[in-house]
Design a protein around this ligand. Structure first.
Ligand code: ADP
Ligand code: ASP
Ligand code: MG
Length: 243
């Protein structure tokens, strides 16, 4: 019995090393074995993107905008290939896609591009063949064929956009905290967790620096009416629903 399309997004800390990638595989396999079609979005491993920014600074304080995106987008490609390999090793057929292979079409605002269209044909074909589809977050391609990135933290936006265009039944953003709190729980341990939070309140918090969700991702979720379930990759509990 076919249940539906589930999109799961895992951030940098969640995919940081071999053991963490295997832990992510468990989350994916659980959804897949519940008869769902699974699309996974991943970020670059650990601090990879920060390191790329650092290396870029050694070349120029004012780097070429096009090449900046070519460089910063590389981290996610490493994660998708490794994750697909681990899934295959565990006996689950997976296939990776970069943003441009999907393709995820964006405008040409390098470093802070906006998704303007997604052609879902390739992904849907793979899902029909029962494959787990692993997509690189944070990246897309312009109509003229140039690589773009969506702004720091932009993998969240890739996940929401895919959920919207695929008309997914569920969207999970897995991260290193177990939900959205009144304040950053890593700074204020007394912060309280929301069970649910509105799109507008979440947009306001994201704009004020709550990086648990990328501002553009919440704006897009509101536009397409996609509920976001924010959960911990590392502890099992209900998390927060943004709706
Ligand atoms: P990921 O790599 O999974 O995308 P991020 O580092 O981008 O994770 O976002 C998760 C982090 O957001 C948490 O570790 C936490 O420190 C921070 N954060 C800031 N504000 C909040 C908040 N209000 N609620 C939860 N987490 C928050
Ligand atoms: N890897 C990118 C960043 O560090 C995108 C993301 O993590 O969402 O900003
Ligand atoms: Mg993030």
């Amino acid at each position: 019995m076919y249940m539906g399309i589930v999109v799961q997004k895992f951030g940098g800390t969640s995919v940081a090393d071999k053991d963490k990638l295997l832990n992510v595989c468990n989350h994916i396999i659980k959804e897949y074995n519940s008869n769902n079609k699974v699309v996974v979005v991943v970020s670059a491993q650990g601090k990879t993107t920060d390191m790329l920014v650092q290396e870029e600074k050694e070349i120029s304080e004012n780097p070429d905008k096009r090449e900046h995106d070519v460089l910063l987008s590389t981290g996610e490609q490493i994660t998708i290939s490794k994750l697909a390999m681990y899934l295959k090793k565990l006996g689950y057929d997976a296939i990776s896609y970069t943003g441009w292979q999907v393709p995820i079409i964006t405008d040409n605002i390098y470093g802070n591009a906006n998704i303007i269209d997604i052609n879902t044909d390739n992904i849907l074909k793979q899902l029909e063949n029962d494959k787990i589809v692993v997509v690189a977050g944070f990246q897309g391609i312009t109509k003229l064929g140039d690589i773009t990135t969506l702004g720091r933290g932009g993998s969240d936006t890739t996940a929401v956009a895919l959920a919207a265009y695929l008309k997914a039944d569920k969207l999970y953003i897995y991260t290193d905290v177990d939900g959205v709190y009144t304040e950053d729980p890593n700074i204020n341990p007394k912060a309280m967790k929301y069970n649910t939070i509105s799109y507008d309140k979440m947009i306001e918090m994201a704009k004020n620096g709550a990086k648990v969700l990328h501002t553009k991702c919440v704006e897009m979720a509101k536009k397409y009416n996609v509920p976001i379930i924010v959960k911990s990759t590392f502890v099992e509990n209900d998390g927060t629903i943004v709706k």
